[in-house]
Design a binder for this molecule. Structure first.
Ligand code: GLU
Length: 487
């Protein structure tokens, strides 16, 4: 048997460091065992999936030095490797489940499902489909279909007993069938859900080991049930602990940037970042921390994966990155990397254009432009507060802009300007009152070179982080505020 592993990202946002961590482990496991590593794009959520996100994920993993034997960009014998291109395959499999009585059509309206959930919530029961449509006769189903009533297809789940999930690292875990939902497998628009597509593809792509984040452990019973219904041998399962902040909370972008693109923009070197992720799952040799991919692969062992949450400790990453800068680059290599990071001609030209009308001596350039070549900038709370906006409006402006920028499909001056104008309109404030604190947050000073261009040149990831820092300086945003402002 050839070992085959996969990473199956959903292209719904920035490339996450957790994806790289899981990819690295899958890569090492496959290569250590002389196997193949596959990349599959799980884009069944059509509303949230984008090609830009897919591109960014593939580019970021490549940038880190990871490669795959099969995938949407390199092809392979089990393609297509994008789920949106495999609809027909899923339809056939759903038809088989229905024919065998292992799935059923559910005609319940969203209103009825909401009522059902409200009752369950009130009696503190787990939210779970109550099985109403399992009782429909063949005639009733035919009648509803003829009337054009939309339906989803749900998984039939045993009424009682336990499911045993065998995890390579955690051993046997028992989960009551009673707690497993009759999962929707196919939505009313004929698109499969993650669970169905994931199982069908793992089988057809001959994946032998499914290694993924522990958030999927509770889905394992549904998946195992599908393997059983189809008469397939399930893969071995390994659920990895989630990355944590140093305070042990779940890594989340509200506390710390999670995008690989951010670390790239901060000037972390790809081999240092990969090495850092490797230290979270591979035991380095005694007294050493520097490991390249070949060494990590060689030393990889499932038993070494600790089940306590690995800590994504940025200070450790910085320390390691410093070592790479000093020890793994001669002066020429260092200069080339620094130049590629932040001093390319196109960027310098744009910055020069902004600076030329605003200086008296060339020596003004350094203080005026330093913020373009920095990660975070020092932000003073008094400076932030010095304008006309009160504290709540200030925080709201920073938060709305963060959301607005995140929603921009392309990062350009015009779109950036539109976001800030929209924020001003929502706050019923003058644009100038709104942009003032943004100058402070973005450039570190209330006056500087033009704001929209600066934001554009700095890029999405650095800007998001500077706004996050400014919000933190102002005391942060409460969940209640987030909820209210999200409307
Ligand atoms: N598409 C899922 C994700 O984004 C994959 C989970 C799995 O590996 O099964 O995490």
């Amino acid at each position: 048997m050839t070992v085959r592993t996969r990473i199956a990202p959903s292209p719904t946002g920035d490339p996450h460091v957790g994806t790289a961590y899981v990819a690295l482990i899958n890569y090492c496991f496959a290569k250590k065992n002389g196997g193949k590593f596959v990349l599959r794009i799980e884009d069944t959520d059509r509303a949230r999936s984008t090609r830009e996100s897919e591109r960014a994920i593939l580019d970021s993993l490549h940038w880190l030095g990871l490669s795959w034997d099969e995938g949407p960009d390199v092809g392979g014998p089990h393609g297509p490797y994008r789920q949106s291109e495999r609809s027909e395959i899923y339809r056939e499999h759903v038809a088989k489940l229905l024919a065998d009585g292992n799935a059923f059509k559910c005609f319940c309206t969203p209103e009825r499902l909401e009522e059902m959930r409200a009752v369950q919530r009130a009696s503190k029961l787990p939210s779970r489909y109550d099985g109403l449509c399992t009782g429909l006769s063949a005639e009733e189903i035919a009648k509803k279909e003829a009337a054009g009533i939309p339906y989803v297809v749900r998984l039939s789940v045993p009424a009682e007993g336990v499911c045993v999930v065998n995890d390579l690292r955690r051993g046997a875990i028992e989960i009551d069938w009673g707690s497993v939902d009759m999962q929707v497998l196919m939505k009313s628009d004929g698109m499969p859900t993650y669970h169905l597509a994931n199982v069908v593809d793992d089988h057809l792509m001959e994946i032998t080991h499914v290694i993924r984040g522990e958030e999927w452990l509770s889905s394992a019973p549904k998946h195992l049930l599908l393997y059983k219904y189809f008469g397939w041998e399930p893969p071995q399962l390994l659920h990895l602990p989630l990355l944590r902040n140093p305070d042990k909370s779940k890594l989340s972008k509200r506390k710390n940037p999670t995008s690989i693109l951010f670390y790239k923009a901060m000037g972390h070197l790809p081999d240092a970042l990969l090495n850092f992720l490797g230290l979270l799952c591979v035991m380095p040799p005694e007294g050493e921390e520097i490991m390249d991919l070949a060494m990590m692969t060689d030393r990889f062992a499932v038993e070494h994966i600790s089940l306590g949450g690995p800590v994504f400790d940025v200070s450790k990453l910085d320390w390691l990155n410093g070592r790479y800068i000093r020890e793994r680059n001669d002066l020429d290599a260092f200069m080339a990397k620094a130049q590629a990071w932040g001093f390319d001609q196109a960027k310098l030209r744009r910055i020069a254009e902004l600076a030329q009308p605003r200086i008296e001596r060339l020596s003004d350039l350094g203080p005026l432009l330093a913020f373009f070549f920095a990660g975070r900038v020092a932000v003073n709370a008094e400076e932030l507060r010095a304008g006309k906006l009160d504290d709540v409006s200030l925080r709201k402006a920073l938060q709305l802009a963060t959301w607005g920028f995140d929603a921009l499909a392309s990062w350009q001056t015009a779109g950036i300007e539109a976001v800030l104008k929209d924020v001003a309109a929502r706050l019923d404030a003058k644009l100038r009152e709104v942009t003032r604190p943004f100058y402070v947050a973005i450039t570190g000073s209330p006056t500087s070179v033009p704001l929209y261009d600066s934001i554009d040149i700095l890029g999405r990831d650095i800007v998001r982080e500077r706004l996050r820092v400014a919000l933190e300086v102002l005391g942060g945003v409460s969940s209640a505020e987030l909820k209210e402002w999200a409307k």
